[in-house]
Design a protein around this ligand. Structure first.
Ligand code: FAD
Length: 386
């Protein structure tokens, strides 16, 4: 088989290498990373790792021996600096060059920075942002709220500052997001909505309205930008992510893009997703396509977030909904929110309802024609529907 080069040794890149070998790829595979550690999972960085419950050894996907035993050339701490699509060759910072027949871009994304604030993407970032004293989390998205939960459990005084009128506005319905905020408030976390940070200074955060918040530690979770610079320089189509077709091919058929950095078709829209599911499933798909499969990428997106003892799970992409039906009882802390657009089910958000989540994924995968009035009937049985 022809040589495959994978740029980015994160969730997607590592899985692509593993899947290629599992699918019987016999040619050379080079997995190139720019971090100095074996490929590792990021979700625990704002959860168990930050809490001190697990260490680096628990984060890595595979031991070093896996890569040698499976003849995967793993290059660490040596980023690719250029891609020559005519010669089909990538050049690394060290000057080393590697030839490819198929190239996979799995370069991920990086946090939007706020000068003076910490961000959390890598193990090093988490090590430098152990919660202490008065903590300000900027951004009430998943990263900011997960950080706030760990900090509050560590006994810190926590304030979340959010520019939007509510939390998680990009990713969750008002019903689910409102519940999440209530859970935080019960733990003593303070929220400032419609509040913009104008400056982070040593020991304090200054808001646009002049309010000064004392802060021993400031963590920003205000979204990410995809790492597309290599793709732009190589002349590939890029639009907030490397644009790919249904088989995850870029505008050059020898080059694929997967994970956080890829913009792909989802129904009638083009989206970019930042999730483990997306990285892993796109990696498996790309490996299959390189091995000759004609199956397009068509997995149901799903996501989870752990905060305190609360597990939020999302099946589908609920953004853009105009109607919701709630099942279960939010007062008990266990419920699901079915999100519809023009009576079409977009997705289901579940809080402490893991069975609902699994069934919802099944329902969405089978494209079941579930309508709001069916879900609203008392005694609606998701299991039967799925
Ligand atoms: P990454 O895992 O970021 O890997 C990309 C790699 O490419 C990086 O190591 C990057 O440094 C490297 N790279 C970039 N440019 C180059 C170059 N030129 N040469 C070589 N290497 C390069 N998802 C969930 O589903 N649930 C969660 O609860 C969740 N929690 C998260 C918590 C945190 C703190 C973070 C940061 C993310 C979380 N995510 C979660 C998101 C999930 O981790 C990402 O979506 C996933 O890691 C994306 O995989 P990826 O391979 O596309 O990117």
């Amino acid at each position: 088989d022809a040589p495959v080069v994978i740029i980015g040794a994160g969730q997607a890149g590592c899985q692509a290498a593993v899947s290629l070998r599992e699918l019987g790829h016999r040619g050379p595979i080079t997995l190139i990373g720019d971090e100095g550690v074996l490929p590792y999972q990021r979700p625990p960085l704002t959860k168990a790792y930050l809490q001190g419950d697990i260490g680096i050894g628990d984060l890595v996907f595979r031991p070093e021996t896996y890569y040698t035993e499976h003849d995967i050339s793993l290059v660490l701490d040596d980023p690719v600096v250029s891609v020559d699509r005519v010669a089909r060759r990538v050049v690394l910072r060290s000057g080393h060059a590697v030839d490819y027949e198929n190239l996979v871009l799995a370069t991920g994304s990086r946090p939007r920075p706020i000068p003076g604030a910490h961000t959390i993407r890598t193990i090093g970032d988490a090590d430098f942002a152990r919660p202490e004293g008065r903590v300000v989390a900027v951004g009430a998205g998943f990263i900011g709220l997960e950080y706030a939960a760990v900090a509050s459990e560590a006994g810190c005084d926590v304030t979340v500052v959010e520019a939007q009128p509510r939390a998680l506005s990009r990713v969750l319905s008002e019903e689910t997001a409102g519940h999440v905020v209530q859970v935080h408030r019960r733990r003593g976390v303070k929220f400032l909505f419609n509040a913009c940070v104008s400056e982070v200074r040593p020991g304090e955060v200054v808001l646009a309205d002049g309010t000064v918040l004392p802060a021993d530690l400031v963590v920003a979770g205000i979204g990410v930008v995809p790492n597309v610079e290599l793709a732009v320089d190589a002349g590939l189509a890029v639009d907030d992510g490397v644009v790919v077709d249904a088989w995850l091919r870029t505008s050059d058929p020898a080059v694929f893009a997967i994970g956080d950095c890829a913009r792909f078709h989802h129904g009638a829209r083009q989206i970019r997703l930042e999730s483990v599911q997306n990285a892993v499933d796109q990696a498996s798909c790309v490996a299959a396509v390189i091995q000759g499969s004609a199956e397009p990428y068509a997995q149901v997106p799903w996501f989870w977030s752990d905060q305190y003892a609360m597990k939020v799970q999302i099946a589908g992409v609920t953004d853009g909904h105009d109607n919701v039906v709630v099942t279960g009882d939010p007062l008990t802390g266990a419920f699901s929110v079915f999100c519809f657009a023009s009576d079409r089910l977009l997705g289901v958000e579940s809080v402490n309802k893991p069975v609902d989540h699994v069934l919802a994924r099944r329902l969405l995968a089978a494209n079941c024609p579930i309508r709001p009035e069916m879900v609203a009937v008392p005694g609606f049985d998701l299991r039967t529907a799925a």
